[in-house]
Design a protein around this ligand. Structure first.
Ligand SMILES: NC(=O)c1ccc[n+]([C@@H]2O[C@H](COP(=O)([O-])OP(=O)(O)OC[C@H]3O[C@@H](n4cnc5c(N)ncnc54)[C@H](OP(=O)(O)O)[C@@H]3O)[C@@H](O)[C@H]2O)c1
Length: 351
């Protein structure tokens, strides 16, 4: 960083389908009303950053085609300034933050975020764990909530998590099992030990057709990326839903065709077709007495607060696969290292 010249280091792309590169960019302006400025300590790779770098959903996510486009949705940092009307944050405080795919910019030394995107980080939670759980963990908690699962009603219910060893899945396994649910984790055999350590009662490999067809669960959370074709969306394991007295069986998925359709047919037709697709799936589930939801990450200080409270009780939970210096970010991002699981890849600025 060269604060005297108003320049900071960042990482982004000059065009879609080009590698992530180091950039020298102007420091962000001072925080506006209800915003805070943060010096970033740690950040992570999320699959959405890989998709955005390929131009996926650009009609929605980068409508003005602004380049260089900065990437990164989450991190931990220290507050350096607070804007007007901000309550609950002070300069020098350590915070976690998670921002929408429409903004981005966490791959930078400094970022300005809305107060609704951040939360003070309890001292028990490390810089690495805080970054790892921010965006992925917030989406996972939002999905479990959309399924109607809460700490109060989870005991006695069986939750199946597909994609359990990934960033979202790892947090979902820990959250649901710590709330008292029986968790069936679906991921590669090589990651079974990882998900069992996080609290899963059972681990199943998605390549084991017999074991997959034997699954029975009251809640299914699908966080497994489409494998053969990123434009083909199925609802895996939906036939494994089983009713339970007092609760509707629920299927929630973070995998939806919205960004893909927007990329292929344009924003309005894409949103319309997605709406029709969602309605069709929802009618079919509702007809069979089952709840069906698509979950999209939304910025939420209260979700981050719930995550902070949860992980303050489990500060040694293994969600971080490894932490590397920020200088390694381009090589690991461009090498698609994020897809090699389990858990999260975290990057640290400075020492
Ligand atoms: N809707 C939203 O707002 C939102 C927000 C965040 C993420 N997402 C999406 O959610 C997905 C998961 O995100 P993430 O950060 O957890 O990704 P991730 O860390 O890359 O994890 C994905 C996991 O899926 C597993 N997997 C791969 N193929 C599978 C299959 N056929 N069946 C079951 N599991 C399979 C992999 O497990 P193994 O390595 O064990 O095979 C991997 O650990 C991504 O597609 C991401 O784009 C959506």
């Amino acid at each position: 960083m060269d604060r005297l010249n108003g320049i900071m280091k960042a990482f982004g792309i000059h065009q879609y389908n080009t590698p992530l590169v180091a950039l020298d960019l102007p420091l962000p302006p001072p925080p506006g009303s209800r915003q805070i400025a943060v010096r970033v300590i740690t950040t992570t790779i999320n699959p959405v950053d890989m998709l955005i770098s390929q131009g996926y959903g650009s009609g929605l996510l980068n409508r003005r085609k602004r380049f260089p486009q900065m990437l990164g949705r989450d991190g931990v940092g220290v507050v350096t300034a607070v804007g007007a009307g901000v309550k609950g944050f002070s300069v020098g405080q350590r915070v976690m933050f998670a921002i929408s795919p429409r903004t981005g910019g966490a791959y930078a030394e400094y970022i300005v975020v809305g107060e609704n995107c951040a939360q003070p980080l309890p001292e028990q939670i490390s810089d690495e764990l805080g970054a790892a759980i921010s965006y992925a963990g917030a989406t996972a908690l939002q999905a479990l909530k959309a399924a109607g699962l809460t700490p109060q009603n989870a005991a006695g219910r069986t939750v199946c998590i597909n994609g359990a060893s990934g960033g979202l899945g790892s947090v979902a396994v820990l959250a649901a099992s710590s709330w008292g649910a029986k968790v069936i984790a679906v991921c590669s055999s090589k990651n079974h030990e990882w998900v069992l350590r996080l609290g899963a009662s059972q681990a199943i490999d998605y390549r084991d057709a017999a074991a997959m067809s034997s699954i029975k669960a009251n809640v299914i959370f699908n966080a497994a990326p489409p494998v053969e074709d990123k434009h083909v969306f199925r609802d895996p394991l939906s036939s494994c839903l089983e009713p339970q007295l007092g609760h509707k069986p629920s299927y929630v998925t973070v995998i939806s065709p919205i960004l893909g359709l927007v990329s292929i047919v344009g924003v309005l037709p894409g949103l319309l077709l997605s709406g029709v697709d969602f309605a069709r799936r929802q009618v079919s589930f509702t007809f069979e007495g089952r709840r069906y939801r698509w979950v999209l990450f939304h910025e939420s200080a209260s979700t981050l607060s719930e995550l902070a409270q949860l992980f303050a009780k489990y500060p040694t939970a293994q969600i971080v696969r490894r932490c590397e210096p920020i200088s390694e970010l381009p090589a690991l991002f461009n090498g698609n290292e994020v897809a090699k699981g389990p858990g999260k890849l975290v990057f640290r600025w400075g020492q």
